[in-house]
Design a protein around this ligand. Structure first.
Ligand SMILES: Nc1ncnc2c1ncn2[C@@H]1O[C@H](COP(=O)(O)OP(=O)(O)OP(=O)(O)O)[C@@H](O)[C@H]1O
Length: 343
């Protein structure tokens, strides 16, 4: 597996995060948990879990990087070390020149954190009151607080929600509220752990658009953990894949798809039932192949590194197309293929 890690790490990632431009810097970072496991009726055995097993990377100021991997890969443990909540068992770590676990409070003023599955807001308070509390906790100067709040309210569409208690907000509304809360103190780094989990299509689009603008206008460095490859596709030029606590890949999303030879799926609804659509690869792009047909609906696979637009244009020109959607491969499938392709 070591050879494989060396082989794939950095594929397609030339020029990303060099030593000089490390704003977030990890060198051989490790986290080992000691757990006790039942080994019989009365006996308990000590057991080590190497949640993060020697990870090194650099993220430059202003980069937006996806940090992905299957369940239990070590993503949250890495993020917890980056915020100073957990102390590493080995290796070294710097965020904006600060050692997170030694100077957690100082670092807190420079970073923002959003956990999709938990809220940092006060459940019974209206959003506005949660924000006032943060204003005081972080000692944000009045002018800067006003300016940041107004901007978040406008871009995240929070105007109507400010006086609603958090417990009454929908998941998408609460998520937007949480993102605003993480940004009131103008952090230079934002960690997002599954920020679009459980959101509907419109809320996802709003959150993604906001993050894009934040990164472009303020140069905020963003580390994004997600199971949704569309988040990565729309937001990150660079993606890192971890598995079993190790960095498996560091490069572009297209490069990852190439390494894993992964496929995306076009799901098309035709006006009527027809034989499977087969488009041969031509000079302008790749071909696609039908993998399933159910009445007028067809599932058509094509290389994930290719653009869907020319294929859609060809189908629309040659077939009675009613509707279509594109499905991304899931992360687990891409990683499983990477393993299969390992020498
Ligand atoms: N406090 C802890 N004590 C013991 N083991 C832990 C602890 N926290 C995490 N682990 C273990 O460390 C490994 C990595 O967990 P982690 O939560 O970092 O994974 P993850 O990539 O964030 O997964 P998910 O996508 O499911 O959130 C897992 O095997 C997990 O069981």
């Amino acid at each position: 597996m070591d050879g494989f890690a060396q082989e794939v790490t950095g594929a397609g990632g030339d020029g990303f995060g060099t030593l000089e431009d490390g704003f977030i810097t990890l060198d051989g970072l490790e986290k080992v948990f000691q757990v006790r496991r039942r080994a019989g009726l009365l006996r308990r055995e000590r057991h080590e879990v190497r949640a993060v097993d020697g990870i090194s990377f650099r993220v430059a100021r202003g980069e937006m990087v996806g940090y992905i991997g299957p369940n239990g890969a070590g993503k949250s443990t890495t993020i917890k070390m980056l915020t100073g909540i957990l102390t590493p068992s080995g290796g070294s770590l710097r965020v904006a020149g600060i050692d997170p676990s030694r100077e957690r409070t100082r670092l807190a003023h420079r970073i923002g954190v959003v956990f999709g599955q938990r809220t940092t807001l006060w459940w019974d308070l209206p959003l506005r009151d949660s924000y006032r509390l943060m204003h005081r906790m972080y000692r944000i100067p009045e002018g800067r607080y006003r300016e940041n709040l107004d901007r978040c309210v406008e871009l995240l569409d929070l105007g109507e929600l400010l006086d609603v208690p958090v417990r009454q907000l929908s998941l998408g509304q609460r998520m937007r509220g949480d993102i605003a809360a993480a940004l009131l103190h103008d952090p230079e780094v934002l960690y997002l752990d599954e920020p679009t989990i459980g959101l509907d299509v419109i809320s996802k689009a709003k959150v993604r658009q906001f993050l894009k603008e934040l990164n472009a206008e303020r140069g905020t460095t963003v580390l994004l953990t997600t199971h949704d490859l569309t988040d990565i596709e729309q937001l990150c030029r660079r993606v890192m894949v971890i598995d079993h606590g190790r960095l498996m890949y560091d490069g572009s999303l297209a490069g990852l798809h190439e390494v894993g030879e992964s496929e995306r799926m076009l799901v098309v609804d035709l006006e009527r039932e027809l034989p499977p659509i087969e488009l041969k690869s031509d000079g302008s792009g790749p071909g696609l192949r039908a993998v399933k047909v159910e009445g007028p609906r067809q599932w058509l696979a094509f290389p994930a590194s290719a653009s869907a637009a020319p294929l859609v244009a060809r189908i629309a020109a040659e077939y009675p197309l009613m509707d279509l959607s594109v499905r991304e491969p899931d992360i687990e499938a891409v990683i499983a293929r990477m393993y299969r392709m390992a020498p």
